[in-house]
Design a protein around this ligand. Structure first.
Ligand code: ADP
Length: 427
């Protein structure tokens, strides 16, 4: 396999998001969960491969070691360019991990200067004068300042990144970006001559990101969110209309939901309202020894095989808090993830071939339980939510892994072709 772009994503759903961006630009894209080894079956003939790590909030040394291991594999696969995917809100700690990881990759690849831009205009993330905005607010005035893991209390990207690297950080401002790719390349060269190792670029629109992508085509390491990844991949020679990857029509369809995010709860509500079969998994009953899996499978076996079925642990905030108070937050999460992973294996064993999974951690638990370590990325059902394809012991499996707040309220019914929905022809 000779890759054009190898990407290292710092979390699981970020990996899906960036893989969808490569695919939108027409690149045949593999998404790999964790660094692959000789036993990992990878899709053939890909233009891009994304290795999704869990390095965003890990200790900096671990994030660096994991990213270097991923980079070595991507180089062995022929990747001429490494894209470092981080969050469009620059989620990081005071020490990292964006600075240490990009520094280590730059050293390993003999890179003089790394271009960064976390802008993601469709999601309201823009960069102006080096300041990151979330819609009409500075990052530091947005709800992200209260993020439970990585509170972002500064919006100045040059200052944030300077705190994470011993090397000088420079800025390419928006007027320069508007002048086009040659102006950006000249500015990069001038900053490099002046000693900068990292350059942040402003971007307000997807056109700005396309300009940056064209200017960065020859850089060995480029970093940012899914927006710059798409700009970069659109500049690659393989870019063009994506070859269609049809959703398999045979087999049963199911949704497993472990996300308690507002959007997932709406999607569950929509599924109920469409009159489709849904079953609630009771975490407290499981904790007290009830055979919740057996009951769920008995329920599943009694359903119409022609309809998609939903099994969910998702709960509204009050109910979730009650379970977490009773069991502990981490214990409850592990218990529910275990239930959903086990159910996934049973469902695939019972002939499910289209499986939609709601929740980032839940997706990790399900792919681990199914032994799925790499997928081919297909068409998006909604922005950032692509179908993916895996080969399992049971056969070909279409998987949709969605972050909690992603997708329109009707995603479950639409993607699974429930009767009376636009996707019905896929059923
Ligand atoms: P999101 O993408 O919305 O953050 P995740 O799957 O990443 O969703 O996280 C949701 C977490 O909540 C998972 O760890 C899941 O196991 C846990 N969870 C889901 N339902 C319940 C429940 N009823 N009680 C306790 N924890 C739950």
């Amino acid at each position: 396999m000779t890759l054009r772009i190898g990407c290292i994503a710092d979390d699981f759903t970020g990996g899906t998001d960036v893989a969808a961006a490569f695919r939108r630009a027409g690149l045949r894209t593999a998404l790999v969960f964790g660094t692959p080894d000789a036993t990992t079956a990878l899709p053939a003939d890909c233009d891009a491969a994304v290795i999704a790590l869990k390095s965003r909030s890990a200790p900096a040394d671990d994030a660096v070691a994991d990213s270097l291991a991923a980079q070595r594999v991507l180089w062995e696969m022929g990747a001429a360019q490494i894209y470092v995917k981080y969050c469009s809100t620059f989620d990081s700690t005071a020490r990292g991990n964006i600075g240490p990881v990009t520094d280590a990759l730059a050293t390993a690849t003999d890179t003089a200067v790394t271009l960064h831009c976390p802008a993601s205009p469709p999601n309201g993330r823009t960069v102006y004068q080096g300041h990151l905005f979330v819609h009409d607010q500075l990052l530091s005035e947005s709800p992200l300042r209260q993020h439970p893991l990585n509170p972002m209390t500064d919006s100045a990207l040059t200052r944030l990144l300077s705190a994470q690297t011993p090397h000088p950080v420079a800025l390419i401002d928006w007027p320069t970006v508007r002048r086009g790719a040659d102006a950006v390349r000249d500015a990069l060269a001038a900053h490099q001559r002046a000693g900068a190792r990292h350059v942040i670029a402003d971007a307000l629109t997807d056109d700005d990101l396309a300009t940056l992508g064209a200017a960065a085509l020859e850089l060995p390491v480029v970093a940012g969110a899914a927006g710059l990844a798409e700009g970069l991949s659109r500049a690659h020679p393989a870019a063009g209309p994506a070859a269609p990857v049809p959703v398999p029509r045979e087999g049963r369809a199911a949704v497993l939901a472990g996300s308690c995010s507002v959007r997932t709860l709406e999607q569950i509500g929509h599924f109920h309202a469409a009159g489709l079969p849904a079953h609630r998994l009771d975490a407290l009953a499981a904790a007290s020894g009830h055979d919740v899996i057996g009951a769920a499978l008995d329920w599943y076996d009694a359903q119409d095989p022609g309809l998609p079925a939903l099994l969910h642990a998702s709960a509204a905030p009050g109910e979730l808090a009650a379970v977490q108070d009773a069991l502990g937050v981490a214990e409850a999460a592990a218990l529910v993830e275990g239930l959903l992973g086990t159910l996934a294996s049973h469902l695939v064993g019972r002939g499910v071939r289209r499986l939609l999974v709601a929740g980032g951690e839940t997706s990790g638990a399900v792919t681990t339980a199914l032994g799925v370590r790499a997928v081919l990325v297909g068409d998006e059902a909604d922005p950032g939510v692509p179908w993916t394809y895996a080969t399992t012991e049971a056969g070909e499996l279409a998987l949709m892994l969605k972050s909690g707040n992603f997708g329109a309220p009707d995603l479950f019914t639409r993607a699974l072709g429930a009767p009376g929905t636009p996707g019905e022809e896929h059923a």
